[in-house]
Every structure is written in C-alpha cells, then in structure tokens.
Design a protein around this ligand. Structure first.
Ligand SMILES: Nc1ncnc2c1ncn2[C@@H]1O[C@H](COP(=O)(O)OP(=O)(O)OP(=O)(O)O)[C@@H](O)[C@H]1O
Ligand SMILES: [Mg+2]
Length: 260
C-alpha cells in the first residue's frame, strides 16, 4: 500500500521580492520518514510552516490526506492540525508553564484527555525523553538540550499520525540524539507514524530516513533513499553531505536571492 498522506504540489513563496520557494514538490506516504536536507536559509523551515498552515503559498497547494490545507477554512485547518505533532526550530516552549504543563498542552488544547489519563500520557512521554526529574521546572531553568527534549515530548503527546520536526537533534548530545533516532524508528514501526524531519545531522538523517529531499535554491534538487543521495554525482549534494568548504554551493544565500 502506498497512500499519500502529505503532498506539497508546486509550492511557491516569496517574502517581498525575495523568492524563497520556487516550486517545491514533496510527497510522503503513510508510515514514511522523509528527511529534508539543504543549506541554511534555503527554505526548509518555510516549507514546514506551509504544511502546518502557518504560511500560505503564493502558488501551489498542500494536501493532507487529500484535503487542501491552503484552501481550507480555519475549522478544517484546526482539524488537520490536531493530527500533527510539531517541533518548531526555536522549541517554542511557554516560559511561564512547567515542563509538565508544556507537554500536557496539546492534550488540553485539543481536549484529548484529562485527569489520570492525561497524567499517564504526559508521564509516559516525559519518561521517553528522560525528563521526569525536570517536570516541575520552568523552561528558563533547564538546559538547551532539555528544552529541545521537552519540545519533542510535547510534539508526541497527542499521539499524532503526522510528526513534523525542525532540527530535533541540534543541541542534543550524541546519546540523546540516538534516543530521538530510536524513538522515530519505533513510532514508525509500532504506530506507522508519518514523519518529516528537517535536520543538518547527517548521521541521524541516514539512520531514520526512508527518503531524503534535498532542497537547494528553492527547489527539490534530488529526492531519494540515503543510498541514492550518497551516490549522487551532483556536486552540490556531494559538497553538502561531506561538509566541504569549497565547491559550487552558494553559501551566502540571502545575497543571491536579492540579486534575482
Ligand atoms: N516570515 C518571514 N518574512 C520574511 N522572510 C522570511 C520569513 N520567514 C523566512 N524568511 C526568509 O526565508 C529564507 C528561508 O528561511 P528558512 O527559515 O526556511 O531557512 P532554513 O532552510 O530553515 O535555514 P536554517 O537551516 O538556517 O534553519 C531566509 O532567508 C529567511 O530570512
Ligand atoms: Mg530552519
């Protein structure tokens, strides 16, 4: 079975006269983990924000379960969002709520659970991310890596069928990065969760990805399995995955965008 859960069809987006996305096409099947790679400033976070409906494309459409999120009313967007767990790049924890309350938020917001049931779900997710000792702390009083883990725990609380992660392992130590990688693999195997993960962490990308979409200059340069990406003769992809400082990749993206 190969049912498409998320489809971005020819997405274009400009901010002022800066064209960021120039026809992005990505399609993700049920239970698949799609990793998005690409240089800084290329539009990866902007792409994810189109999937959550936070940004509306100038042209093109985003479909979730065949429903167009870009053409939907607020109620439908809310319904589609309830199926998603999202980890923003900034973490976006609420500073005046404890780690526990931050993780409980999607359950309260979407009225999914309360009382003992809520407590059970929250404690389970805190346990997965090794956060139980920090559950009563405020975000300002925990380390950067712990904040990241709290963001991941919160994305998982509503048992979403779609997970969207922006840089989940940045700021995590190697052990915690692997805890995350194993969690993604487990959720995929046991619950057939569909995930999109934006990352610069090549080890994580190779471990979790079924396919990788490499975004460059506002377009998907190549979409393929980790093996296909590694074997690609494209010099930009080779420069990126090997972290070479010299090569054809345009490093100062903002400059070139302005000249176009
Ligand atoms: N709301 C906005 N208004 C204006 N410009 C924006 C907005 N959001 C993003 N941009 C610009 O779009 C470009 C792409 O941003 P984006 O955050 O998607 O990059 P990215 O690929 O996620 O980079 P990184 O790997 O550094 O996170 C950047 O130049 C950014 O400044
Ligand atoms: Mg980003």
């Amino acid at each position: 079975m190969n049912s498409t859960i998320i489809e971005l069809r020819n997405i274009h987006k400009a901010f002022g006269n800066r064209k960021i996305l120039k026809g992005i096409n990505i399609s993700v099947s049920k239970g698949e983990t799609m990793v998005i790679l690409g240089p800084s400033g290329t539009g990866k976070s902007v792409t994810l924000k189109h999937i959550t409906g936070l940004l509306t494309p100038d042209a093109g459409e985003v479909f979730i379960h065949g429903e167009s999120i870009s053409a939907s009313d607020d109620k439908t967007i809310e319904k589609l969002r309830a199926k998603m767990g999202v980890l923003f790049q900034s973490g976006a924890l609420i500073n005046w709520l404890s780690v526990y309350e931050n993780v409980a938020l999607p359950l309260r917001e979407h009225k999914i659970a309360h009382g003992e049931e809520l407590d059970r779900i929250v404690m389970e997710k805190l346990g997965w991310l090794d956060l139980i000792p920090a559950k009563d702390n405020l975000p300002g009083d925990i380390s950067g890596g712990m904040k990241k883990r709290a963001g991941i725990a919160r994305a998982l609380t509503s048992n979403p069928e779609i997970l969207l992660y922006d840089e989940p392992t940045s700021g995590l130590d190697p052990v915690m990065s692997n805890v995350f990688n194993e969690l993604i693999l487990r959720l995929q195997k046991e619950l057939h969760v569909t995930s999109i993960v934006v990352t610069h962490d090549m080890q994580s990308a190779y471990m979790i990805a079924d396919r990788i979409s490499f975004i460059y200059e506002g377009e998907v340069l190549l979409c393929g399995t980790p093996e296909e990406i590694q074997a690609s003769p494209n010099p930009v992809i080779q420069q990126f995955i090997n972290g070479r400082t010299s090569g054809p990749m345009i490093l100062d993206h903002s400059e070139t965008e302005n000249k176009k």
